[in-house]
Design a protein around this ligand. Structure first.
Ligand SMILES: [Fe+2]
Length: 387
């Protein structure tokens, strides 16, 4: 992300000799994105990062699309996704298009015998339940419920959970996931009117340097497949690094809501953006304070975006019968709006405790087989009075 950071030991200039205590050279690696034209970091390995021992057969993790042309409001019960011991096996894609893959995961165990690298997409992992440490080649990031973990493509990582009841909401983007442009100034600093600032961005702080050699399995995801690579050196063998390419955490609880006298539109809730979709956070806040304000949202048509809401906690003001972990999908092309009774109920209310993450995609989302397995098939009729 666009703030310079460094950890460990690095030489005073780039691309010069930098020696280990035994006299050998550290191995410099440029981790660059969009060729050499976007964010990058320079990292220094104890061992060359190129020493491959073995490559196991690749296997597919591509989503199985069941409905490529959805034109119906949908509700999926996210907590009905079965837990799985293994992190990668636990990831269940539910809504996908070429710009965005949305998955749910309930991994029970830490990753102990392999590492993971998504080489084709940035990942935003929202921690609904669970805590622990995200270990990465750039250092460690402790996490708790409410954290968005943003992991740029190419970062090798490992989840270490201190809990077994873990629920993750995962978004993969082949295009860079960024702070919204209107939140940053010309130099990349977050502006005063942004709902979060640099102090809320938790960068890796502890760099562990593992110098051991052996057989280290890194499962690399690219183009819908996992490629199991065995390396001769531990992937977390950096003695130091600096640059702008690294993972970080931002807690939804550090998102400061922007409120007004009358209803504020969804862009007020924006957290991140790509050229193809936005991420928003609905957080506890005071309601609109015009004496005749209607805090519930108006009916609206997503003329050119699909809207996904992932419900985290609290009563959601515009919806009836919503529980934690539910996902609603309101596709472009048809109107949606507040559920019966919710508009009247919202008038005069002073505050909301709702907590939710929203994804608005500019291209329609396709529904996977696994999503239909957890669908409430009657949701599209839930706006009828008396339902
Ligand atoms: Fe909406």
């Amino acid at each position: 992300m666009p703030h310079y950071h460094r950890l460990g030991h690095i030489p005073p200039k780039r691309h010069i000799t930098f020696r280990r205590p035994d006299g050998g050279l550290y191995a410099e690696q440029l981790v660059s994105t969009e060729g050499f034209s976007d964010l990058y970091s320079l990292v220094y390995h104890c061992h060359p990062p190129t020493q491959v021992l073995k490559i196991d057969p690749a296997y597919s993790v591509a989503p199985k699309v069941a409905d490529p042309d959805n034109m119906q409001h949908r509700l999926f019960k996210g907590f009905d996704v079965a837990p799985d011991d293994d992190y990668l096996d636990s990831r269940v894609p539910v809504l996908v298009n070429t710009d965005c893959h949305i998955s749910l995961a309930a991994p029970r165990q830490s990753m102990k015998d392999y590492f993971f690298k998504n080489s084709g997409a940035d990942e935003m992992i929202f921690i609904h339940r669970g805590e622990g440490i995200l270990k990465t080649m750039y250092g460690n990031i402790p996490f708790t419920p409410g954290d968005h973990l943003v992991i740029p493509r190419g970062v090798v990582y490992q989840f270490r959970f201190s809990s077994t009841d873990n629920r993750l909401f995962i978004v993969e983007s082949p295009q860079p996931l960024r702070f919204p442009k209107r939140y940053v100034n010309k130099a990349g600093q977050l502006l005063e009117n942004a709902p979060y600032c640099e102090r809320d961005i938790r960068k890796p702080q502890v760099l562990e340097t593992h110098e051991d050699k052996g057989d280290f399995l890194v499962k690399i995801k690219r183009d819908g497949k996992i490629w199991p690579y065995h390396y001769a050196a531990h992937p977390f063998d950096l003695i130091g690094w600096d640059g702008f390419h690294y993972p970080f955490a931002l807690s939804i609880h550090d998102f400061e809501p922007i409120t007004g006298r009358i209803h504020q539109p969804p862009p007020m809730h924006q957290t991140f953006e790509t050229p193809s979709f936005v991420v928003c956070a609905f957080v506890p806040r005071l309601y609109d304070y015009h004496p005749q304000a209607i805090p519930a949202p108006y009916n609206h048509s997503n003329v050119d975006s699909d809207e996904v809401l992932y419900y985290v906690d609290g009563d959601f003001m515009s919806r009836n019968d919503i529980k934690q972990g539910y996902i609603t999908l309101h596709p472009k092309g048809i109107v949606h709006g507040p559920h019966p009774g919710t508009v009247e109920r919202s008038i005069g209310a002073k505050e909301t405790k709702e907590l939710a993450v929203m994804i608005d995609t500019f291209r329609p989302l396709m529904i996977t087989e696994q999503a239909f397995a957890i669908e409430d098939p009657d949701y599209w009729r839930s706006w009828l009075e008396g339902k």
